[in-house]
Structure formats: structure tokens, C-alpha cells
Design a protein. Structure first.
Length: 263
């Protein structure tokens, strides 16, 4: 057993959608500082530029690059895939992290919230995966398959207290779609797994944590929110030889909140 290289991702090429901020930024840093070549993509070019500058200043031997794309627009997704194919012949790791949320009371929850959230959180995950699959197939090897890692949420598993109807439904759909992809793309030597994240410090969670952090932490058996190392380490495991036989799994990265007893 080559235990020294069990978690090695050096030289691998990754695409992290929404990789400039929040959980995506944490994942990007984990990959870059462990020697991967990482492309981040979002519609916020300034955030992408800033993240790439910061990531490329870190030790570890990897590199960061960006491609601007608006995932709500199909033609922009196609342009992202085309640009990536010009730059790379293989894609070893795809992290589908970009997501959207919408909180509103039941009586006032708007129809447009469903369109916006489901488009980004479910439909575009499929769109981008489909568009870059030729690059994933080119990277796949028998003992080192290409990897699709979908960033889900514990709110797609449990019933959230907050009124985020479209978000929780979209994450439940994402988890199941990831399993369907695992079955069909596994036959092409591409794995598909989900990381169902609990609370982490991010733009999406900022206001919620500002108001309810102590309450949230008290409901988590480990009594804390997630750290960058937690999510980066999970993605490194799934991206490396150590995780090469994991396919169709949903890993709850939540400090035990889903498993916690409710009296």
C-alpha cells in the first residue's frame, strides 16, 4: 500500500464553481495548497480575481485560475466548458458548489424563488456536469476515477426551522441526482458523491449565524460550526486515491446535527 500518497492530489486539475467565496473558497484553498491546478468560476469577476491572487500566494505547489460565468444563462455555461476545453485536455475533479437560497414566509413565498433556486442548485449542476463530462472521461483511470463532488446541505436531509422551502427541496433533489449520476457515470469511471454541509461561515449563512449562532451550535453534538479544514479535508479525501471507491455517497459534514437526539 502506497500510504504516503493516499491523499495526494498533486497535478490534478479541478473546477470549483462558486470557488471564490464561502465554502467554495475553502475547498479551492485546500486543493491549491495540496498541489492541484484549480479553476474557479462565478459571475463575480472581482471576487474571482481577488481569490486567485490570494490562492496563488499560498505555499503548496498548486495554482489558481478563473473563468467568469453566469450559471443562470445556458450559453454562459457552454462558454465556460468551451474555455476550459481550450485550456485543458483533462478534468480530474468537478466540485459543483455554486448555490442560491431564498428565505420567506410560507404565505409570501414567491414563485420566482423556485425558478431561481432550482435552476442554480439542481438544473445547472446537471448542465455543467454534462458539458465537462468529456474532460472527466479523459482523466479517468481504473484505480483513479474522475470525481464529481456536489455540495449539498443537511437541510436536504432534515426539516429546517427556517422557511427556505425551495432551498431545502433543491438540496434533497441534488442529493438524489448525485446518486443517479453515480450509477450512470460510474460506468464511465466517474464517481459522483455529495457533501451535505451543516453550518459554515459564508455569505449565505452570514445573517443566520449573526442572529442564531449560539442556538445553532447548541444543537450540534460537537458544539461548533464547520471550519475550512473540515470541508477541504473531506473534498481532498473524495478527490484522492483514498476516496476512489466511494461512489453514490452522501457524507453529512455537520458535527452530528442530523444524528443528534431530539428530546
Amino acid at each position: 500500500m502506497d500510504s504516503k500518497n493516499l491523499f495526494d492530489v498533486k497535478g490534478k486539475v479541478a473546477l470549483v464553481t462558486g470557488g471564490a467565496k464561502g465554502i467554495g473558497r475553502m475547498i479551492s484553498e485546500g486543493l491549491v495548497t495540496n498541489g492541484a491546478k484549480v479553476y474557479i468560476s462565478s459571475r463575480d469577476e472581482k471576487a474571482c480575481q481577488k481569490a486567485v491572487e490570494e490562492l496563488n500566494a499560498l505555499p503548496g505547489g498548486g495554482s489558481a485560475h478563473y473563468i467568469v460565468a453566469d450559471f443562470y444563462k445556458l450559453e454562459s455555461c457552454q462558454a465556460l466548458a468551451d474555455e476550459l476545453k481550450k485550456k485543458e485536455t483533462k478534468l480530474h475533479i468537478l466540485v459543483n458548489n455554486s448555490g442560491s437560497n431564498w428565505g420567506e414566509t410560507f404565505d409570501d413565498y414567491p414563485d420566482k424563488a423556485w425558478v431561481r433556486v432550482l435552476t442554480l442548485n439542481v438544473q445547472r449542476v446537471f448542465t455543467i456536469t454534462q458539458l465537462v463530462t468529456p474532460l472527466l472521461e479523459a482523466a479517468a483511470q481504473p484505480l483513479d476515477p474522475a470525481r464529481i463532488i456536489n455540495i449539498g446541505s443537511v437541510d436536504g436531509i432534515r426539516t429546517p426551522k427556517l422557511e427556505t422551502y425551495a432551498y431545502s427541496a433543491s438540496k434533497a433533489a441534488l442529493h438524489h441526482m448525485s446518486e443517479v449520476l453515480a450509477h450512470h457515470l460510474g460506468q464511465r469511471n466517474i464517481t459522483s458523491n455529495t457533501v451535505a454541509c451543516g453550518p459554515f461561515e459564508s455569505k449565505m449563512m452570514h445573517e443566520t449565524l449573526k442572529k442564531f449562532k449560539s442556538e445553532i451550535e447548541s444543537a450540534i453534538p460537537l458544539s461548533r460550526i464547520g471550519t475550512p479544514e473540515d470541508v477541504a479535508g473531506t473534498v481532498l479525501f473524495l478527490s484522492s486515491r483514498a476516496g476512489s471507491y466511494v461512489n453514490g455517497a452522501t457524507i453529512t459534514l455537520d458535527g452530528g446535527s442530523v444524528a443528534g437526539a431530539k428530546l
